[in-house]
Structure formats: C-alpha cells, structure tokens
Design a protein around this ligand. Structure first.
Ligand code: NAD
Length: 467
C-alpha cells in the first residue's frame, strides 16, 4: 500500500489520526490515510500565515513560474494519478485521465492571467489608482466528485494573486490530493500550500478560523449555508460553488436522435455526480416519445463497471452515503413515474446503480425537484415552451441549463431568460478556464475562472494622491 502524508509548513507529515479510504467499486479498503487533528489544522493555517508576507512580495512572474512547474509535474504523473483517482473516486479511467489532463491545463491557463492596476484619474487635481492586493490565507474546501480538478479551480488563482492556501479535500477522496501535495512540497516555499484531511470535522473549524481571510468552497448548498454563516464571524470573503438542478429544455424542432447522446452524456458523466449535470429534461409532447426511447436505448447500452475495467462507461457512486441516497431517489422515481431503463442496483460488491430513465413524471416530485446527484434522469412532458421555462426557473437553484432546438433565435431567446449562471444551446457541460463560472440563486456566490475569478482572490485598494 502506498504511503500518504499531509503537507503542513513544507513538511510531509503523518496525521495525528488515520482513516480508511474505501474503493467504491469493491467496498474494500484502498488505503489507510492520515487524518488531521484540529492542532494540525491550526499548524497548517499558522504556516500559511507565516509564508504569506514573503510569498505576496514575490513578483507575479515568479509565482507563475512555480505554478507552471507544478503543471509539468502533474503531467509527468498522469498515469499514476489517473489510476489512483479512479480507485478512490470510482469514475472510469478515461474520465480520471481527462480530469488530470484538465487539472494541469487549468493551472497553466489560470497562471497566465495578469492582475493589472487601473488608473482611474490622473489630472491637475488628483491621481487615483486602483490596485488589487492579495487577501492573506485562503481556505479551499473540496467535494468528492472532482477532487483534483476542483483544487485547480482555486489554488492557481489564489497563489497567483499572492495568497497562501490551506486545501481540505473531502474525507472519502483525499488520496490524489495528498499526492498532489507531495509535488507541491518539492516546488513551492514552505507554507505556501498546505493540505490537510478530515472526517467532515475540520471544514467548520477552517471557516471559523480567525486567520483565514477567504473561503473558496465547492460542495452542497446545505453545507454552503453553514460556510456562509460561519464566515460572518470575521467578515471573510467567500466564493461558494454549490449544488444545481440543471434543466435541459428540448424544443419541438429538435431532432431526438441527434441530441439524445449529448443529453445522456451530460446526465451520466461521473455517474451523474456532477454539479452541472443535466438533472431534469423538459421535452415537448411532439418529440417526447422518441426522445424517451432514445435515452432509454443509450441507458440500456451503457457499460457499468469498475472504472479500471476496459470499456467501463459508468462507475459506482462515490460513497455509501450517496449510494443510499440515490437508492432513495430510485424508490421515489418508481412511485412518481415510469422507469423505462435501469432502475436497479447492480448485483455485485460496490456502489453501482444502472443508468435510469424515468418518464411520465412531473414537477412536485423529489426526483424532479431535488438534486439527485446520481445516474437517474427524469423526462418531463410539456406543451408550451413558456410553461417549461417557468418550471425550469421555479427551482431554488440556478447553476446551469440548456436549450435544444434547430431554430437558433427561439433557442437563444429562451436561453437568455433561464435563471442560471451558465446556459448552453444544443450542448451541456462545456466549460473552460477562460470562461467565468458561477451559480445564480442558491447555486452559489461569486465566480471562478478567468480574470473575474482571479479578482475574487484580491482586495481592491485605491491610492488617491493629491496633486
Ligand atoms: P458537501 O457539502 O457534503 O462537502 C463538501 C466539502 O465540505 C467536503 O470537503 C466536506 O468535508 C466539507 N464540509 C463538511 N461540513 C462542513 C462545514 N460545516 N463547514 C465547512 N466545510 C464542511 O458536498 P459533497 O457531497 O462533497 O459534494 C456534492 C455537492 O457539491 C453537490 O451538491 C454538488 O452539486 C456540489 N458541487 C458543486 C460544484 C460547483 O462548482 N457548483 C462542483 C462540484 C460539486
């Protein structure tokens, strides 16, 4: 079994405690992993605080160069990282490989951004300049669905702007992040990056910590509310990337055969455990039958297997708690509609659930109104596009959404009226480090990626000079 260490103040150290990490495809113990104590969390924050003055005084180019070195180091470990990620997270090896490739690509792109001062006024009366300063120590809290990539959403921008960071992965997926920490230990000055693990007991301590200036959180809306409340104690800056219940609205002029693979893929990637997955489909009556049949066919054909197995397309749910939750949604789907594909767990060890398509279901049921975060897709019939839009917008969430149809003007008009941070036309789940990403309503606060994301790791400072 491989060895894992926390990263605190530049040193790779054992945890004060240990915890088992389970392979969700076998339910066997994959590794005994260090578990951080509250004292170790305090030590990590103190190290990040001590490293901040020197790190923030370095030039952006120096900070950028180290981030680029990290991107190279991750690329060099592509195969071993991808394999470990599949073993701890469950996703097929092709998806893990893509996650690691994206991780270094995100670091590379985000490290290339610039933070420029802006001259607001310069005249006989006064010179007013707007600068952007780093905040201090950032706490990055990561969920279990994309444990490595989501680190790359936050860490490069935090560091490039001159902050230092404490990263806390989710308890069920800490291993690849700890390996990433090992690479960071070789590249960055002590204390600039710290990685600490927990059993869901240190997140709250991090958000309440007086020496943390900002929390960048990705996870559920429920936990996001706690983060927001806790951050109030010291007016911490927060970026929250939370849950979603993305609707795909399929217009009458869409061709079901052409679009079904795009919708199915965006619903079932990572066994549906994607914040921006399609989580409900509103399909016009005229194409409803055909679309349901196509989606069911794709679900029947999908290969559900251990992510390490050749050809696996859908892996297990990531952890037992989520597996039990999704089984509850299956029961609800059975009662609320007609299951036309899947509907069962797979009879083998591991948290496998077959991709499931539910039809004859409508709003007001759990499977439509809540975030299932699993491989179950409800398809809802509608007759009037305005009504479908209203129902899509009735959700408390507003992360992503999509409109599918041949007439561009109609699709565009509906897209602009969806209450979501991102809306796609004739696709779903396409994003990149140059495109700001954030949620409307209860899907979050603030944005990640691009200059807008970089700005969230800074404090505006005005220098106003007399002439
Ligand atoms: P979660 O909220 O249960 O956990 C997320 C992280 O928060 C974990 O590291 C956890 O240990 C930590 N945590 C737990 N209690 C905490 C507390 N009181 N204070 C601070 N941190 C605490 O989420 P999850 O189940 O790991 O992830 C699934 C959820 O994340 C889904 O709702 C999904 O939609 C959402 N998500 C959102 C995005 C996005 O960018 N919007 C991306 C991925 C996942």
């Amino acid at each position: 079994m491989d060895d894992y260490r926390l990263l605190i103040g530049g040193a790779l150290v054992p945890g004060d405690m240990t915890m088992d990490v389970i392979n969700p495809a076998t339910e066997e113990v994959l590794a005994v992993c260090p578990r951080g104590s509250e004292a170790q969390l305090d030590a990590a924050v103190a190290a990040a605080k001590a490293a901040f003055p020197a790190w923030s005084r370095r030039s952006m180019q120096e900070r950028r160069d180290l981030l680029l070195k990290l991107a190279d180091a991750i690329e060099a470990k592509l195969e071993s990282f991808a394999r470990l990620l599949t073993q701890e997270q469950g996703k097929p090896l092709s998806e893990s490989t893509a996650e690691i490739v994206y991780t270094s690509a995100f670091i590379r792109y985000l490290a290339s951004l610039e933070l420029e001062s802006k001259l607001i006024e310069d005249n006989d009366n006064r010179r007013v300049e707007m600068r952007r300063r780093p905040l201090g120590v950032v706490g990055a809290i990561i969920p279990w669905n994309f444990p490595v990539l989501i680190v790359a959403f936050k860490m490069p921008l935090a560091l490039l702007a001159g902050n230092t960071i404490v990263i806390k992965p989710a308890p069920t997926t800490p291993l690849t992040t700890l390996k990433l920490g090992e690479l960071c230990a070789e590249i960055f000055p002590a204390g600039v990056i710290n990685v600490i693990t927990d059993q869901n007991d240190l997140g709250g301590k991090l958000t309440a910590h007086p020496d943390i200036a900002k929390i960048s959180f990705t996870g559920s809306t429920e936990t996001g509310k706690k983060v927001m409340a806790s951050a109030a104690s010291s007016i911490k800056r927060i970026t929250l990337e939370l849950g979603g219940n993305d609707a795909a609205i399929v217009l009458p002029d869409a061709d079901p055969k052409t679009i079904a693979p795009g919708i199915f893929g965006a619903a079932m990637m990572n066994a549906g455990q994607v914040c921006l997955a399609v989580k409900r489909v509103y399909a016009h009556s005229s194409i409803y039958e055909e679309l349901c049949a196509e989606l069911a066919r794709l679900a029947d054909e999908a290969i559900v297997d251990d992510g390490l197995a050749q050809g696996a397309q859908i892996g297990p749910l990531q952890n037992k708690m989520q597996y039990e939750k999704v089984k509850g949604f299956l029961d609800d789907a059975r009662a609320a509609g007609t299951i036309i594909a899947g509907g069962d767990v797979v009879d083998r060890p591991g948290y496998f659930i077959r991709p499931t398509i539910v039809r004859d279901v409508t709003d007001g049921t759990r499977i439509v109104d809540e975030e299932q975060f699993g491989p179950i897709l409800p398809v809802i019939r509608y007759d009037d596009a305005e009504d479908a839009l209203e129902r899509a917008n009735a959700s408390p969430w507003g992360l992503g959404g999509s409109v599918w149809g041949r007439d561009r003007d109609t699709a565009y008009d509906i897209a602009t009226r969806m209450d979501s941070g991102t809306v796609w036309i004739n696709k779903h789940l396409d994003f990149g480090p140059n495109i700001p990403f954030g949620g409307a309503k209860q899907s979050g606060i603030g944005v990640e990626f691009a200059e807008e994301g970089l700005h969230e790791f800074t404090q505006v400072q005005i220098i106003n000079e007399a002439r």
